[in-house]
Design a protein around this ligand. Structure first.
Ligand code: ADP
Length: 363
């Protein structure tokens, strides 16, 4: 059961009040007791003087005695309560403040003990959750830096190698060598462009201008742009989208970018003579688009990872193809920003792949 801190503080004040009332009641009881009556009756020898003055003195002494007892009781109660409040509130707050400072200084493994089920316990729990989230962000940031450094190294080593070959006279200073350098520079450029795009998507600063568009229109526009490339590589690129399909509510440029990436990948990973088919169909309140190829396929253990940044099933092959390894990561961001989903399926290596995305339909 959750005990509220408010209730605990209220109970503390109540205890002080009860102690005060008990001491007052005890003092009144004492003043009305036989002991006092006896002192009034036999007051002559001790106090001397007229009885009225004696009564007043005895009353004052009684009240003073009662106040001393009340004072001591109140100090003891206040002391006990302040120890309790210090242990329940002040010490945990100090521990939290110290832990926050260590966390800010970069110690992401910093945690505080969770004591009790009241607000202090909840605060400590929230702090630990926040520290955990910060730690994970930091781990991802480090991994990203390491990945980027690794991705930059390959084209840079290539360029360095060509330059050394040129200056040593091992490579001929002709269009072929310059062309190879240009390919590496293109790769770097693509990597930087995709990283920029990913960081904008990650920060959520990419506005989507949604409009209602027939699916066929978006699919055909993307297919048209890649038809020649597919043809040149000996591949058949076809569209199977029924006319009567409901329209989708999307940012046309962004969804076209996703389709270009999926069809581009299908072209890259399908050896001739192959076939790439872009299908679309209604799927409840959504429209589903499949990009299906008869290419190299993807083994089951890689399927779940292909949307991770820089993940490549076959590193050397994908790099030589010139991809940044961020295409599917960006595609997933864009589709999810539309409230849709994207997934990959393949019966296995050498048996083709299908990338499917769903988008909200206009009804
Ligand atoms: P890349 O720039 O390397 O193409 P992507 O993010 O677009 O990066 O793809 C990630 C990886 O997924 C690719 O390296 C490749 O191994 C695999 N992949 C993507 N599309 C296909 C496909 N149609 N057939 C087989 N493998 C694919």
């Amino acid at each position: 059961m959750r005990r509220s801190l408010g209730v605990q503080v209220f109970v503390s004040y109540l205890i002080v009040l009860v102690v005060g009332l008990v001491v007052l009641a005890a003092a009144l009881n004492f003043l009305g007791s036989r002991h006092v009556a006896r002192r009034i009756e036999g007051s002559g020898p001790r106090f001397g003087g007229p009885p009225a003055t004696n009564i007043e003195r005895i009353f004052r002494t009684g009240v003073a005695d009662a106040l001393v007892v009340a004072g001591i009781a109140a100090i003891v109660a206040a002391g006990a309560l302040s120890i309790y409040v210090t242990r329940r509130i002040v010490l945990p707050v100090q521990a939290l403040a110290a832990a926050s400072q260590r966390l800010a200084a970069g110690h992401h493994d910093e945690r505080v003990p969770v004591q009790g089920t009241d607000e202090m316990g909840a605060l400590a729990d929230s702090f630990n959750t926040m520290a955990e989230a910060l730690g994970q962000t930091e781990t991802r940031r480090r991994a990203l830096l390491a990945d980027v450094a690794h991705e930059l190294r390959t084209p840079l080593s290539g360029i360095k190698g060509y330059m050394e070959g040129l200056s040593d006279g091992v490579l001929e200073a002709g269009p072929e060598t310059y062309g190879r350098v240009a390919v590496e520079v293109d790769r770097l450029q693509r990597l930087v462009t995709d990283l920029e795009e990913l960081s904008r998507l990650d920060a959520g600063v990419v506005p989507l201008t949604r409009q209602t568009v027939p699916v066929r229109q978006i699919v055909e526009a993307a297919v048209e742009r890649l038809r020649q490339q597919a043809y040149d590589q000996g591949l058949i690129l076809e569209v199977a989208v029924p006319e009567a399909l409901p329209a989708v509510i999307v940012d046309v440029d962004r969804i076209q970018q996703v389709l270009l990436n999926l069809i581009g990948n299908a072209i890259q990973y399908t050896p001739p003579p192959g076939r790439i088919t872009v299908r679309a169909r209604s799927d409840g309140p959504r429209v589903r688009i499949d990009v299906e190829d008869t290419g190299v396929g993807i083994a089951a253990e890689h399927l779940a990872h292909v949307f991770e940044r820089f993940y490549r099933v076959d590193r050397s092959r994908a790099r030589s193809g010139g991809g940044s390894g961020l295409g599917l990561t960006i595609a997933r961001y864009l589709v999810e920003a539309h409230g849709g989903s994207i997934r990959a399926a393949s019966p296995g290596p050498g048996r083709g792949s299908t990338f499917s995305l769903t988008l909200p339909s206009a009804g």
